[in-house]
Design a protein around this ligand. Structure first.
Ligand SMILES: Cc1ncc(COP(=O)(O)O)c(C=O)c1O
Length: 366
């Protein structure tokens, strides 16, 4: 087959990203309209009102290309974080930034170290650019062990990806552990701190990546507008990185990688800090409700700093299917003995516990 010769052979192990099921796909199967989509760590509410107004205002000028270098947004982020504009990058989702970082840093045979289970895009970009995967399993499948990550770093390591809090387990590493790790990490390794769920965190000892960012050390901090800001459908994320890395990424990214509606929405969203605080508190409240519901049902769960909860089950496929019948979409990871349950509205939480009650009644102990 000619395609086998034409397409780079290192890509042969890749499969397309499989998004969580959408409501339409489940409606018919469940025979009900009220579907709870808790499979993609999205926020249950729409974008902030000011963001919606800003997006609407942008529509009539879509005949023009967007601001090519995202300068207005980078300047705003610079002001908020006290970080120079040339150390800030904006991407078509933080996903794009993950790929661009690997694209400019990785030569075939370089090593990328990442924990597992974690965000699926780390192994994808490693494969895409011919890196050697160095996978560090989470302790008991859930807990970060930064000592183990450090032990996996060699002189061939180019990138370490850390996801804090971690998707899909919701676990986090604390400041002391991170300080010890960072003080011993080789200075020629690029440490990517993926903080997609940063705004949901309430733990006091969470190490905010921007506190460790000085623009010199090869530390990168990534954030997104997809989660607490409810702009997942728009695709916009940002990051802080030393200026030479931002420059290299600028040279290879698409000229207009972020659209003007996304710029407008992101700018407006950053003005509403009170809504971020409200959403964080609401997320916390819903998580607490789910924890107590799971306790009542004898379901083992892992404390989460994000907007999802990792529950343990020996029967993930059966439980996933049974929840679908109840109209609740969660996320399964093959036969990994766990499921990731997203945090939604108060109504979603009530329905989630009801669905689990029905599933436990049907299947027995899960
Ligand atoms: C850990 C992590 N990083 C990055 C992303 C990508 O976010 P986006 O590309 O929507 O900004 C996600 C999305 O789910 C994620 O879970």
């Amino acid at each position: 087959m000619v395609w086998e010769r034409l397409i780079r052979e290192e890509l042969s192990g890749l499969v397309p990203y499989a998004p969580g099921l959408r409501e339409e796909q489940v409606r018919q199967r469940a025979g009900r309209d009220d579907i709870c989509k808790l499979s993609s760590n999205e926020h249950p509410d729409g974008p902030f009102p000011a963001a919606i107004a800003a997006m609407q205002a942008e529509l009539s000028t879509l005949n023009r290309y967007p601001e090519g270098a995202s300068t207005t947004l980078r300047e705003k982020l610079a002001g908020i974080h006290g970080i120079p504009v040339e150390q800030i990058m904006v991407g078509n989702g933080s996903n794009e930034l993950l790929r661009l970082i690997a694209q400019v840093l990785i030569r075939p045979g370089d090593e990328i170290v990442y924990p597992w289970p974690s965000f699926i895009v780390y192994p994808t970009v490693a494969t895409m650019f011919g890196a050697t995967h160095v996978v560090v399993p989470l302790t008991d499948g859930v807990t970060y062990d930064l000592e183990e990550i450090l032990a996996a770093v060699t002189d061939k390591t180019r990138i370490v990806f850390l996801c804090n809090p971690n998707n899909p387990t919701g676990t986090f590493y604390g400041r002391d552990e991170f300080d010890r790790f960072l003080s011993r990490l080789r200075e020629d390794v690029v440490l990517v701190l993926d903080e997609a769920y940063f705004e949901f965190v309430t733990a006091q000892d969470y190490p905010d990546g921007t506190d460790y960012f000085d623009g010199t050390r090869p530390v990168v901090v990534l954030r997104t507008f997809s989660k607490i800001y409810s702009l997942a459908g728009l695709r916009i994320g940002y990051g802080f990185a030393p200026a030479p890395l931002v420059h290299a990424i600028d040279c290879v990214r698409e000229p207009f990688n972020v659209n003007s509606v996304a710029h407008a929405a992101a700018l407006a969203s950053l003005d509403d800090g009170a809504e971020v605080i409200r959403r964080r508190a609401e997320n916390q409240e819903q998580k607490t409700y789910l924890y107590s519901g799971f306790d009542r049902l004898g379901i083992s769960w892992v404390p989460s700093e994000a907007n999802f909860v990792w529950i343990r089950t020996e029967r993930p496929v059966e439980v996933f299917d049974a929840l679908l019948e109840e109209g609740v979409i969660v996320r399964a990871f093959g036969t990994t003995p766990a499921l990731r349950v997203g945090i939604g509205s108060a109504e979603d939480s009530r329905r989630t516990i009801e669905a689990f009650e029905a599933v436990v009644a049907r299947l027995g102990r899960i």
